[in-house]
Design a protein around this ligand. Structure first.
Ligand code: SF4
Length: 779
């Protein structure tokens, strides 16, 4: 009997229609902790107290479920973490055992480049059944924030589809094999290719999902054992233009400032980046800054969530970023908002840029971009007048055939206003994958050794040749798209670690043809991915939860991974596989122990010189050159890495593909909050998949009305390269004439539609602009 009488019925219905969280009113003591964490840390303002007196309750808008269309809940799960009574808890299907019965292991999230530390909660029989935020001081988010992917996207680790033994193709079918047999065959085929065609007939793709140590070993394997610089990874598809552009302008291609400075900016300029979906913890930090008074400029063709908080939202036509940024420079110079002292003391080549941007009047830029001259001027004044303005960008800037120019134009903007080298300023690329920064740092690139040391520099080649006891090659190798284009011709054998090219690379039909035309394909992965299905040998690898080593996050912070589980079956770490394979090819690659590998990295890589196993707890950010160095949270403070920052004139070039009568829409592709990349991990999470089970294409409501399409209608999408079917999502997120698709769904592969026009410098494909046609399908 309740103390208030006979009625022991719950006073409010349980809210549990979503896939993740439930709320049981009777257990709630109205402490408000969940509301405070939602408002003060997560900044979603998704829940609040509702009703009055005895009826008071915690509720989403209108008392509807947290997952309703009216709700702003993004299922970060922090309210569940903090609820002291269990009134808020995970849905039964994903709830698992009690905390005290679980083994906690704190490690790094395997998803985006924010690099949140999180604590895996593991049962006696080695199942991760819960993940909670970890409060680690020297980390990107000491408050222990995380997003829905980090919280709920862990089921893939114990998925029944994990590869547990090597597979060899026999009679056209992949069949189980022993490690001995598989590695012997791989070693034999690699040797045969080298003997028949030379070392440059072999190419390797490393992985932004692998640790620094594994990436280091992979590039060492390709350079020292195979003898080629044909080594690349998926940074080619995301931030190759950043590395090239910022490298030329500043001398370093990485994020200039640190995540914890976001709240210190007076103005945030977010361009071509959708942080609340792709880097959600950074997105929520930006929202917190905005609530505290930071001004926000968003430049994005789509109405992304942050656009609703923006003081100015510039909706440029896809592929017109150079014109837009030049227009901002033009206005800032015209209105004398530029920092003449900074330009004079810290930079060179300003006059060349000044001359070029003099042509980019707001009126001319308006014609190109579709943004009004007044908005361009307003944004320029806002950015140009701020004492601390920071630029944040991602693939909306980089995935263009003018990607390097886009990045150079942003660097011009920051240097023009002196917004570099101080807290709360900078040019900050948000890296997409958990260790894409580290994979670049470790030299999984065709033109540089670890630490961006050029392969064309004789003295550096000498250094690496001496250290490894093998002459390393001098010619820069091929990039990802070039490797695929050369498959079956110059490239005969391809070794792919942790990449799913069939879904992630542009022009899927061409990718499939390339893989088909190889003499031999080796794929090393967790699952039999769409790419592994083409392999001659498949090698089962360990997941992030089953190994040690380090990841480097988007702010250049090196963080330690802690092994939490044994690998399933016979799966091995990538390092163990590479070391054994090398041995079979007559070369001692060194130890597979991550700590020993990290010591070799430190010895050969000046920017990692002070990153040693004993100092990892410090969460150091490179450059960290020796054992006494405390890392570099902010680059270019006194001088730029290259000495003086260099202005580069950039000229607007239209996108490679235009709309026409046959293909009247511009397709943009990208990620969404709940799923990740090619879906191999998040689509194995029951809750995430229940919430976002099927692919979609965003269509503007005017276009949809004209085509007779409503939300959830099945549609066919066609480009010059192929066609797919998907479901329509009609609304105002995209403008008329533009559509958007996430690329996570193998059954509706968006990259069957995208093209391979490359940026001439960074060789990144123009994934953000493809002309397509859309038609409704029956049923
Ligand atoms: Fe993981 Fe990124 Fe989400 Fe953090 S923000 S939990 S690193 S996916």
């Amino acid at each position: 009997e309740s103390s208030f009488g006979q009625n022991t019925e719950p006073r409010r219905e349980q809210l549990d229609e979503n896939a993740f969280i439930e709320y049981i009113r009777d257990k709630c003591i109205l402490c408000g902790l969940c509301i405070r964490i939602d408002h003060e840390i997560q900044n979603s303002y998704a829940i609040d107290f509702a009703e009055r007196g005895f009826e008071t309750t915690v509720a989403a808008p209108f008392g509807l479920d947290f997952g309703s269309e009216q709700s702003d809940c993004v299922f970060c799960g922090q309210c569940v973490d903090i609820c002291p009574t269990g009134a808020l808890r995970y849905r039964p299907a994903i709830r698992g055992g009690r905390d005290y019965m679980l083994r906690p292991v704190t490690t790094i999230c395997p998803y985006c480049g924010v690099g949140c530390q999180l604590t895996l909660k593991i049962t006696d029989n080695n199942q991760i059944i819960r993940v909670s935020g970890a409060h680690v001081p020297a980390s990107p988010n000491p408050a222990g924030q995380m997003c829905v992917k980090g919280r709920f996207g862990h089921e893939f680790v114990s998925d029944q589809d994990r590869l547990t033994s090597p597979l060899i193709r026999k009679d056209g079918v992949l069949q189980k094999a022993s490690w001995e047999e598989a590695l012997d065959l791989v070693a034999h085929k690699l040797t045969e290719t080298i003997e028949n065609y030379g070392p440059d007939a072999v190419a390797g793709l490393s992985s932004a999902k692998c640790t620094n140590e594994e990436n280091f070993l992979m590039q060492k394997f390709m350079r020292a054992v195979i003898g080629t610089n044909n080594i690349d990874h998926c940074a080619r598809l995301c931030h190759a233009s950043t590395v090239a552009g910022l490298g030329s302008a500043f001398g370093s291609g990485a994020m200039t400032n640190s995540i914890d400075e976001i709240e210190e900016s007076d103005v945030l300029f977010v361009i071509g980046s959708n942080p609340t979906e792709n880097h959600p913890v950074i997105g929520s930090m930006m929202k917190r800054a905005i609530h505290q008074g930071t001004k926000l400029i968003v430049a994005d063709p789509r109405n992304i969530e942050l656009a609703y908080f923006a003081d100015v939202h510039l909706q440029q036509r896809p592929g017109t970023d150079v014109a837009l940024i030049n227009g901002l420079l033009h206005t800032i110079i015209r209105e004398h908002l530029h920092d003449e002292a900074f330009i004079k003391e810290r930079t060179d080549n300003f006059e060349a840029v000044k001359e070029i941007v003099s042509e980019y009047t707001p009126e001319k830029v308006a014609e190109i971009t579709g943004i009004s001259p007044e908005q361009i001027e307003e944004a320029a004044r806002l950015y140009g007048s701020a004492s601390r303005a920071a630029i944040y960008f991602a693939m909306g800037i980089t995935q263009h055939h003018t990607g390097t120019d886009n990045v150079l134009a942003l660097a011009n903007l920051a240097m023009l206003t002196g917004n570099i080298g101080r807290r709360g300023t900078g040019v900050n690329p948000l890296r997409g994958q958990n260790n894409v920064q580290g994979a670049c740092d470790m030299g999984a690139l065709p033109n540089v050794f670890p630490g961006y040391q050029s392969v064309t520099d004789e003295a550096l080649r000498e250094k690496f040749s001496k250290a490894w006891g093998r002459q390393v090659p001098a010619e820069p190798g091929l990039t990802v798209v070039e490797i695929l284009k050369a498959a079956g011709k110059e490239i005969r054998t391809l070794y792919v670690i942790g990449e799913n090219l069939v879904l992630s690379d542009p022009d899927q039909n061409a990718v499939v043809k390339s893989l088909d035309s190889l003499d031999f394909l080796i794929v090393q992965d967790l699952f039999l991915t769409e790419t592994a299905e083409f392999a001659d040998v498949v090698l089962p690898a360990a997941s992030f939860a089953e190994k040690g080593g380090t990841f480097t996050n988007t702010e250049r912070r090196i963080q330690r991974l802690h092994p939490a589980l044994p690998s399933p079956g016979e799966a091995r770490t990538d390092s163990e596989i590479l070391v054994e394979l090398s041995e079979r090819m007559g070369f001692n690659l060194g130890s597979a122990n991550p700590e020993i590998i990290l010591q070799e990295v430190a010895a050969l890589t000046p920017i990692y010189g002070g990153i040693t196993p004993e100092r990892l707890h410090l969460g150091l950010q490179w450059p960290c050159t020796d054992a006494d160095h405390l890392g570099t949270p902010r680059l270019h403070t006194e001088t730029f890495t290259r000495g003086k920052g260099r202005f580069h004139p950039t000229v607007y070039l239209p996108p490679a593909e235009q709309r026409d009568d046959e293909f009247p829409f511009i397709l943009m592709t990208g990620r969404m909050l709940y799923h990740y990349h090619t879906g191999t991990m998040t689509r194995r999470s029951s809750s995430i998949n229940e919430h976002e089970p099927k692919s979609y294409i965003e269509i503007n409501e005017d276009d949809a009305r004209f085509l007779g399409i409503t939300t959830d209608d099945r549609v066919k999408v066609r480009s010059r390269r192929g066609e797919i079917t998907t479901w329509a999502r009609v609304g105002e997120t995209v403008s008329p004439g533009q559509v958007f698709m996430p690329f996570h769904y193998s059954e509706s592969p968006a990259n069957r539609l995208t093209g391979t026009t490359l940026d001439p410098v960074a060789k990144i494909p123009e994934l953000k602009v493809s002309a397509v046609a859309i038609e409704p399908l029956q049923g």
